[in-house]
Design a protein around this ligand. Structure first.
Ligand code: ADP
Length: 448
């Protein structure tokens, strides 16, 4: 019998934090998740919902106890590229809050391309969480084969190429120049890193548990896990039951709800009925988003672009956009966008500066999103990771219930906020390259 099997079923995590007395209000919470960025958090939440969990996403570590029924809560941090000690501190604060809500298992979520620097933050955050939880072993795998992320003999492939040939080697903040994840993670960890390879995974739960026991006996604290098909992830899931901490991309989430006796159900994604006016605000300049803007315009729907240079010149573009939108909103969705192709973006950046241009447009689009909600928009599509972050802040949104998927990784969500009194607001946060070309049109149909 493996040491994991000897543990009690669904071992309760040690509780931390002051809010422990409020656990009764959210007694159903099973999985506590910590995500190192915003749209990645939604991606994880979406997979959990599809596997049957009711999920709430919190923006940052909440100040109060959770006031919603949820099987899982995803605390969204922006810790991916913070200095190591800040990322660790924020992750531990999230852990403490999740423990106080009664979480039975913790899931640390990072990017499916294992985005990290030589120092971290995947390794240091994982080890800090292990220490806080009293855990001597965990797994690490960004694999999500259905989304073209496979791990074979410890090496990460993005589509058909190794990670270090996928373009990620040129990432401005987290260049990934080595596809061997055992080596990458070992460089960030004090504990020894090992491998559970595809041959073991293919044999299923018992073989995986035996391998975990072997690795433990050898003093290994973390293991990269191979997965070359989604079935591998489903075989891995049962072996993770009772593991205090799981670290992964969003892929492993497809197999965890079953460990809690939860099966897929449309009830998991149920949101309040959608009402109100519809709008899209887009600050993403990614190729997919630019195609989505074009498709919206080609469909003859009303769209208007924000000119960054006018904003910089002090023109009240927010008022102009809202005046334009108000009479049109009654007829259907409108689109307001700063999205532009790379040449146009470069020209603006050369004139205003890269960061200045980004911040200026984020502020402007956030004010437009807020203005649209103030005049009755209750179904809002936001495009762009940073853009969504700024808009969500302007809308005073601190937590969202995750609803039905529109496209892989992009669900509708619902938030209560003083910006949209009574019924709250339906919104979706679409990161740059997600979604089919007709996303801005079909998203609204998905809510009906
Ligand atoms: P994505 O998810 O596609 O990366 P983000 O919103 O995260 O989208 O990032 C896009 C960034 O580009 C934001 O900072 C945004 O303000 C900025 N931006 C948007 N439109 C323009 C533009 N026309 N010129 C320059 N920068 C822009």
């Amino acid at each position: 019998m493996s040491s994991a099997e000897r543990r009690p079923q669904q071992a309760q995590l040690p509780r931390g934090g002051r809010a422990a007395h409020n656990v009764a209000s959210v007694g159903a919470m099973k999985l506590g998740c910590i995500a190192d960025d915003f749209t990645g958090a939604t991606d994880l939440a979406n997979n959990l919902v599809r596997a049957g969990m009711r999920v709430v996403q919190a923006m940052g570590v909440p100040r109060q106890s959770l006031d919603a029924e949820a099987d899982a809560v995803v605390v969204a941090l922006k810790s991916r590229t913070l200095p190591v000690n800040e990322a660790v501190a924020q992750s531990l604060a999230a852990l403490k809050w999740l423990q106080a809500q009664g979480a039975q298992q913790i899931y640390f979520k990072y990017c499916s391309t294992f985005d990290s620097t030589a120092q971290g933050n995947i390794g240091p955050v994982t080890e800090a969480l292990m220490q806080a939880l009293g855990s001597d072993f965990t797994i690490a795998t960004p694999a999500f084969p259905d989304n073209q992320r496979t791990v074979f003999k410890g090496h990460l492939f993005v589509g058909d190429v190794l990670l270090n040939e996928s373009g990620m080697q040129n990432h401005p903040l987290t260049p990934m120049t080595d596809a061997n994840l055992v080596r990458v993670l070992q460089g960030q960890c004090r504990r020894q890193v090992g491998l559970i390879d595809y041959k073991v995974v293919a044999q299923g739960e018992a073989a995986i548990r035996t391998r975990i026991d072997q690795l433990r006996a050898q003093g290994v604290g973390l293991a990269i896990v191979d997965a070359i098909s989604n079935d591998d992830l489903l075989r891995l899931g049962p072996a993770l039951k009772n593991m205090l901490l799981v670290t992964a991309g969003s892929g492993v989430a497809i197999s965890l709800p079953a460990n809690f006796g939860i099966t897929p159900s449309s009830m998991a994604s149920a949101l309040p009925e959608a009402e109100g006016l519809q709008a899209v605000v887009s600050g993403s300049c990614s190729l997919a988003t630019n195609r989505q803007v074009l498709a919206f315009i080609k469909a003859g729907l009303p769209a208007r672009s924000v000119d960054p240079l006018q904003v910089a010149a002090g023109v009240d573009v927010v008022a102009q956009m809202l005046d334009w939108a108000k009479p049109l909103l009654g007829q259907g969705p409108v689109l307001i966008y700063s999205s532009a192709d790379s040449n146009a973006v470069k020209a603006v950046q050369a004139q205003l500066g890269v960061e200045e241009a980004g911040a200026l447009l984020e502020r402007t689009l956030a004010a437009i999103a807020r203005g649209l909600v103030d005049v009755g928009v209750r179904q809002l599509v936001l495009a762009g990771g940073e853009t969504s972050g700024a808009c969500v802040q302007a809308l005073n949104i601190t937590q969202m219930k995750i609803g039905p998927q529109i496209d892989p990784g992009v669900p509708w969500c619902h938030a209560q906020t003083d910006a949209a009194p009574q019924g709250g607001l339906h919104l979706t946060l679409k990161s740059g390259n997600f979604g089919t070309d007709d996303f801005f049109i079909k998203a609204f149909a998905r809510l009906v």
